[in-house]
Design a protein around this ligand. Structure first.
Ligand code: AHR
Length: 548
């Protein structure tokens, strides 16, 4: 007999839950329904999908900051370096991860960067005082080295322009340097530097966080919008097909949040393809009341930000009667709150000082899993995403002179890269909820709301013949069961079932104890139309199945 998941019953629940939740801010919009008791349910049907996943959603970021480039990526005097001076252990890790796109060279750094300082003979490159992080920049690593490194790790570059202290002229020259074949001033300069073939960079950021008062060259929205438009228009004479990303709001707390995006887009909508959004999260008194349960709901704040910025794009599209729909580039996101002030952000004019070296614990990794679920669920709108950053600076990978360490957040990121392919499905999800409270929290995170204990995302790759369910269990005290109902297709076999969990939410990996927090096998449910997956308290898990 053909299987029919009990959709009517499910939709009834959704309707009822919708009524209950009308007064709350986020759940109905995210397709969750409230269930009673510890058993949740996810209904999967490959006909219901959000997107054909653009893998750029799972990118990362590398900035000239602290030890990210120097001693992270580039360390010519290390026994681990190759003949170009690149750390081979880091290359191996990034290549194994399979990061699809990496944003470079900043970040705040880019807004004071003269790209010409970083090309040409190395012994002629100047050492400069880098003003974003008050550090010494030797320029021994620059655009061409980054392109070489991208090839070695198998990633695509996403380059940023300096629209802070830099001019449209500088930006257009960089595009010409990178992408024009030959016979022009800047393309011939590249060739004279030993790079005969153009780099063909397709994705470009029109500056960084220009809404932020901390940004070099910070300016009002309309002024930036006009500068971005002028830059983009000139670039399009070189190549109209390049994908150009305007700077959107860099967080949700600035008073200009959303107004900035609207005004910028009103100035440059016709010339750009996407708009950026950034956010960093933390388990602090102001953001969560130091409450891990509130902390593990922060991916829903990210989800809301995506909806709000998407709504602004659509508003501007509507008012301009434009046929073009912008996509979003969430090109900086991560947990970052411990190494965020004082010595952690002041390089004191040193070369490669240890800045923003955040030690990630188990609860951070679970939330990163939640962020990845959110990005997948919103992949119909967010095309590019960058985990900020990749090595040493707020990063999944950390180096010392001998080796490279995988921090806790490495694991959910690695799973997304390994398993999320093909279609991102739009499952119906039912889960018991818990209450969170606004009192005393920073306004952009102050919500009285209901949060589902179980959070899931599902991908299905017909070519590879597999599907994956990614599950965050926010219940800190109890195991939860997720009934996975497969309307279509039907799993034939379980190919992987594992979890990241532990009894200490604050546990971290260190060079002395690098395997304190690592994935462990999870009891695999029997394959079939209905599978009962038991997930431990405070865990992030994946179930990968082979499909016909
Ligand atoms: O990623 C660290 C910094 O955070 C970046 O330089 C900046 O863009 C953001 O504020």
């Amino acid at each position: 007999m053909a299987y029919r998941p009990d959709r009517r019953e499910f939709l009834k629940t959704l309707g009822a839950a919708g009524a209950i939740l009308m007064s709350s801010s986020w759940l109905p919009g995210f397709g969750f329904a409230r269930a009673q008791g510890p058993v949740g349910r996810v209904v999967i049907d490959q006909a219901r999908y959000r997107s054909h996943l653009d893998r750029r959603l799972l990118g990362s970021f590398l900035e000239h900051l602290g030890r990210a480039i120097y001693t992270g990526v580039y360390q010519p005097d290390s026994p681990l370096a190759d003949k170009l001076g690149f750390r081979t252990d880091v290359i191996d890790e990034v290549r194994e991860l399979g990061v699809p796109i990496i944003r470079y060279p900043g970040g705040n750094f880019v807004s004071g960067y003269n790209w010409l300082d970083g090309v040409g003979p190395k012994d002629e490159r100047p050492t400069v005082l880098e003003r974003a992080w008050n550090s010494l920049e030797t320029n021994q690593f620059g655009t061409n080295e980054f392109m070489d490194w991208c090839k070695r790790v198998g990633t695509e570059p996403l380059l940023g322009f300096n629209l802070g202290t830099g001019t449209p002229e500088d930006a257009v020259a960089l595009v010409e340097y990178c992408n024009v074949d030959r016979r022009t001033k800047w393309s011939e300069l590249r060739r004279s530097h030993g790079y005969d073939e153009p780099h063909n960079v397709r994705y470009w950021c029109l500056g960084n966080e220009m809404d932020g008062p901390w940004q070099m060259g910070h300016m009002p929205a309309r002024e930036y919008g006009r500068k971005a438009r002028d830059t983009a228009r000139q670039i399009r004479t070189i190549d109209d097909s390049l994908q150009l990303i305007a700077c959107g709001s860099s967080n949700t707390i600035l008073p200009t949040y959303l107004t900035w995006d609207r005004e910028v887009l009103e100035e440059c909508y016709d010339q750009v393809d996407g708009i950026s959004l950034h956010n960093y999260y933390g388990n602090t008194e102001a953001l969560t009341g130091n409450d891990p349960a509130r902390y593990l709901a922060m991916n829903l704040d990210m989800e809301r930000q995506i909806q709000e910025i998407g709504a602004v794009c659509d508003y501007v599209q509507g008012t301009l009667k434009s046929g073009k729909r912008l996509w979003l580039s969430f090109d900086e996101w991560n947990v970052w709150y411990r190494a965020r002030s004082g010595d952690h952000v002041d390089g004191e004019r040193q070369f490669a000082p240890p800045l923003l070296e955040e030690d990630y614990n188990l609860e951070d990794a679970l939330l990163v899993g939640g962020f990845l679920n959110t990005l997948l669920r919103r992949s119909d709108r967010v095309r590019v995403g960058c985990l900020a950053q990749i090595v040493n600076v707020i990063a999944p990978l950390v180096t010392n002179d001998q080796s490279v360490l995988r921090q806790t957040i490495y694991y959910p990121y690695a799973w997304a890269l390994q398993y999320a392919r093909g279609r991102v499905l739009d499952p119906l999800l039912e889960s018991e909820t818990y209450r969170i409270h606004a009192a005393d929290l920073r306004p952009d995170f102050a919500r009285n709301d209901d949060v589902p204990y179980l959070d899931a995302a599902v991908t299905l790759d017909r070519e590879r013949g597999d599907a994956t369910v990614f599950v965050l269990n926010r219940d800190l005290d109890g195991e939860r069961e997720l009934i996975v109902e497969w309307a279509d297709p039907v799993p034939q076999r379980v190919t992987a079932c594992k979890t990241l969990t532990g009894d200490d939410l604050k546990a971290v990996n260190t060079f002395d104890n690098p395997r304190r927090v690592v994935p462990e096998p999870l009891e695999a449910p029997r394959p079939g139309r209905t599978m009962a997956l038991k997930v431990p308290p405070a865990s992030y898990s994946i179930l990968n199945v082979a499909i016909t």
